[in-house]
Design a protein around this ligand. Structure first.
Ligand SMILES: C[S@@+](CC[C@H](N)C(=O)[O-])C[C@H]1O[C@@H](n2cnc3c(N)ncnc32)[C@H](O)[C@@H]1O
Length: 240
């Protein structure tokens, strides 16, 4: 089942989107796109774009559009970037009328497709929308090799909005991670509690790479720097 971002979308930007992580991540992604031949003004599709947290860093250099499966997240993105196009669609089976020079899928969002079959289907739909020499950059949601059970703790303190979060990330089944969000929200004079669990697919490095290469992508780089959360697999659609 699809992980619903309805409640979390209402405070997603306040809790997760910040210059500290998003700015260096986007800068490195841009550098990697350029290094692998994506020119300025290229058509760039941001997959699982959410509220468009990365878009401010890309929109002046590329023709940016976004795709996501949450109407709530898309509504926020559309409000923030009224001049850009946002498509409602599923990574696993999206069909758009346009093709792109590059696609990016950041912050491990690909893990939400949950199964290896869905991962492979996503890669087929990605390459089907890539122009010749087009590039795709995917940040994995951890990998079987690197996964560790953790409890994340953090807090946000903004005028009129305070959020304390603990998120329990644990292996539920051999290839499924369950993230349980415990969010305490202080809005004006009231404190409420939101608890929600989401399931995320845990794939091996090889499963990511095979899904890409079997779809017809040539792996041009595996980036492992920590400025891009999760690192990145970068594939190119080579047409001879
Ligand atoms: C953790 S958020 C990340 C959003 C954004 N990439 C960011 O870094 O801020 C994950 C996003 O993936 C989207 N998503 C989950 N499953 C999806 C799917 N199958 N197809 C498209 N989007 C999906 C969710 O709606 C959500 O907006």
């Amino acid at each position: 089942m699809y992980s619903d971002f309805k409640t979390i979308s209402t405070y997603y930007d306040a809790l997760y989107v910040n210059d500290r992580e998003y700015a260096p991540e986007a800068a490195k992604v841009k550098e990697l796109l350029t290094k692998h031949g994506v020119p300025p003004r290229a058509d760039l599709l941001v997959l699982a774009c959410g509220t468009g947290g990365h878009i401010p860093y890309f929109k002046d250099d590329y023709h940016v559009s976004g795709l996501d499966l949450s109407e709530n997240m898309l509504a926020l993105a559309r409000k923030k970037f009224p001049g850009l196009r946002f498509h409602y669609g599923n990574l696993i089976n999206f069909e758009l009328e346009t093709d792109f020079d590059a696609m990016i899928c950041l912050y491990g969002s690909i893990g939400f497709v949950k199964t290896v079959d869905n991962l492979r289907s996503s890669m087929k739909h990605i390459i089907a929308h890539l122009r010749p020499d087009g590039l795709v950059l995917i940040t994995p949601w951890s990998t079987v090799e690197e996964f560790q059970d953790i409890i994340v703790v953090d807090a946000t303190d903004k005028p009129g909005l305070k959020i304390a979060r603990m998120e329990h990330v644990r292996l539920k089944e051999p290839k499924i991670v369950e993230v349980t969000f415990h969010h305490l929200l202080g809005i004006r004079n009231e404190v409420t509690y939101h608890k929600q669990s989401m399931e995320i697919g845990l794939f091996s490095r090889q499963e990511y790479l095979s899904a890409m290469t079997d779809a017809g992508l040539k792996i041009v780089e595996e980036y492992t720097g920590t400025d891009v959360r999760g690192g990145a697999y970068i594939g190119k659609r080579i047409v001879r």
